[in-house]
Structures are given as C-alpha cells and as structure tokens.
Design a protein around this ligand. Sequence first.
Ligand code: GDP
Length: 441
Amino acid sequence: MLDGLKSSLGDAIKKIVKSSGIDEELIKELSKDVQRALLQSDVNVRLVLEITKHLEERALNETPPPGLSRKNHIVKILYDELSNLLGNESEFDFKPGKQNKIILLGIQGSGKTTVASKLAKFLTGQGYKVGVVGADTYRPGALVQLKTMCEKSNVEVYGEESNKDSPSIVKNGLNYFKDQSLDVILIDTAGRHKEEQDLLEEMDRINKVADPDLALLVIDGTIGQQCFNQAEAFHKTIPVGGVIITKLDSSAKGGGALAASAATGAQIMYIGTGERIDDLEKFSPTRFVGRLLGMGDVQAVLDLAKRLESENDDDRMKRISSGKMNMEDFLSQLEEVTKMGSLQGILESMPGLSGMVKDDQVNQMEDRVTKWRYIIQSMTTQEKADPEGLLNSSRIKRIARGSGWPEGEVKELMKNYKNSKNMMKASKGRQMQGTLRRMGL
Ligand code: GDP
C-alpha cells in the first residue's frame, strides 16, 4: 500500500537517523524531502505546505521531552503531523430503534457496490440488521453483483432490474423495507462522472427521497489529485459525512485520496484493501501513519512506536487502578491473565499456593476470555468506552447477535466487568488478588 510514499518517507527519516547532529539545515532538508514525498504521491499542495510548515517550526523550536533523543523527537513530530492530516478515528453513530439510512456516493468504478456489500457484511458481524437498496441503474450487472455478494452474509437486497429511475427505486426500496426491523439500510447509487451535471441532479433527487442519516463518499485510491475536486463536487450536492477510500492495496497515488477528506471536512472511516468481501479495514490515522513510517530498518521509528505503546499501557494501568477502566481495558486485563497460560505453573511454584488452581479452572477461564473477546469485538468503540452508560437491552440484543452468543452471556460479561471495576476501585494495588477472585478462582 502506498509503497512509493513509504520508501521516500523512509529515506527522509533515515537521513535524520544517520546524521551526526541535527541543525537547521538538516531540518529544512527533511521538510523538503517530506514535501517531495507527499507531492509525488499526490497529496494536495496546500496540505503539504501546512504539514511541512508545522514540522519545521516544531522541529526547530520544541525541546524534546525527557528520555527522547532529538532525532526521535523529530520523527515523532513527523508522525504527529501526518496523523493530524488524517484526523481522528471515526465511527458510525446509529440511532437505536430506527432504520439508519446510509447513502453511498461516488463515481462509477470507485468501488461503491463492492463497499456496499463489504459494509453489509461488516455491520452484520457487529449484530446490526442490514438491508441494501441497489439503485445503480447505469451499470449493467450492478444489481446482480450486489445480490451475489450480499447473499453470502444473508443480507437482503432490493432492486428493480427494469426501472431506470434511481430515485424511484430508492423510494420503493425504503417502502419495501419499512416494516422490517432493520438497523441500517445501505443505498447504492449510480455514479457517472462528476461533469455530468445530471448525475449530481439525480443525487440531489435521491437525497430528497431518501433523507439519509449519513452520506458516505467512496473514492478510488488510485486516481490521485482528481479526487479532491470530485469530493468537493459531491459534497456541494449532498453533505458528505464520511469517506471510504478503496483500492489502497493497489495504489501508488493514494496520497491524493487521503486528502479527499480535507475537501469535505469529513473523516476517512474505512479503507478498501482488496476485491474480496472481507477486504475492508476500519481506518485508524495513527496506525496508518505508523505503517507508513515503520518501514525497513528505520529502527528509531519502531522504537518510538514501542515507546508510544508503552505510554498507552501506562495510561491503561492508571485507568484500571483508579477504577475508571473501560471494556477494552477489561479485555486486556483478562488476556494478560490467560497469557500467563501457565498461571498454574506460577502458582504451583509459590509455596503455600500449589494445588489451588486446577487445570480445568484454567481452561474454563480461557474459554470465557475467548467468548468475551467475541462479544467485546461486536461492540462499537463508544460502547467499549462506556458500556454501563450505553448498553441497554436493544444494544445487548444486537451485540449478542453479532457475536453469536446468547444475550445471557453479554449480561454475564457486564456483571463481571462491573464487579471487577468496583473491586479495582476498592482494592488498589491488590490487582492480582482481585483478578483471581473475579475470575471465580
Ligand atoms: P462501482 O462502479 O463504484 O460500483 O464499483 P465496483 O464496486 O463495481 O468496483 C469496481 C472494480 O474495483 C471492481 O472490479 C472491484 O472488484 C474493484 N475493487 C473495489 N474495491 C477494491 C479494493 O479495495 N481493492 C481492489 N484491488 N479492487 C477493488
């Protein structure tokens, strides 16, 4: 993915890492190298200048925090600035108890239909009930393609083979699904080139008929700079709430597509990384930039990534010991315990404790963690951050469906989570004991 950008950023970083000392000249050179690398992979000029201006200013003026060398600090600044360009992680915010309508926009060939089926599968996996309206009337075969791909995830597709009027198909489709208990309806639209004013007019009509909760713009990651204008044109007609970049597996020019989100002010939410139905990834700016920078023998960057990770771990430990942990923290704690795997071995080697934990108890614990991992994976980021505030019965039902475990298991997990949280609050510093007790050991 973005191999050209990776290697030219990698070269720029190597220069810094291998230098005998950092001075203004070297920082200016780094800035130029980064400019060249980003421009070559088609990132919008204005954005490139913005990033490198910040990079230069910060690299020249900031003092590295204790423990971080000047070189690594500069690499970290580059990491920060590139991550900032890409914004924060963003997720669907479905309203419970209603059919949330998502309209997919994008020009023909961008991968809209593929995204519709990938998203249908992904959301079904999270326990949402999904329906799809296929209103791409220009491209022959689009409806059959959509149906075939959605069939695999048992998602129903509404379409009309002989109707050429997309807005009326959308209207009929929404009507068809009206009485079904769906959480999400994905609407695939037609996409001719943006210069065809009639396409934008049609989008406007569809927008009025569908009254969507969210418009997602699908952008082909291989088209480079053009996508900035394309995104802008769509955004003027229907306000874009999220961007999906496709074909990043085969793209050398993905930098342009990354800037598409800047044209709309919307976040990149997912990226397509292949033609198969599972080739859809939730977009994480920091992970993405980490991947871009963490190439080859750029050891300093890898060290930095490790350091950042351990900072996160510190934060996690602080949260846990102050009783403010969330569901992710809970899972990480459980995994720590099972990772010891040989917990029994550890306990047995301790005088006075041997024989306390039986083999089958360790196995039971591992089974539980596996089950709960599936359940936690079916939660959204917001749910994981605030399970107590958000998990009402309809969400529990959905999570159970997504994970493939009964609702009772989700409730059991919640019970253990709450107990564990309370226990942590009460017994700061006695974590091991608390962990064992709440696992029923
Ligand atoms: P639409 O006209 O916008 O509906 O585009 P399609 O969904 O039909 O996709 C156009 C082509 O791009 C198809 O051949 C897809 O298999 C391919 N495609 C879609 N997404 C990806 C992706 O993430 N990676 C790759 N390599 N190909 C993709």
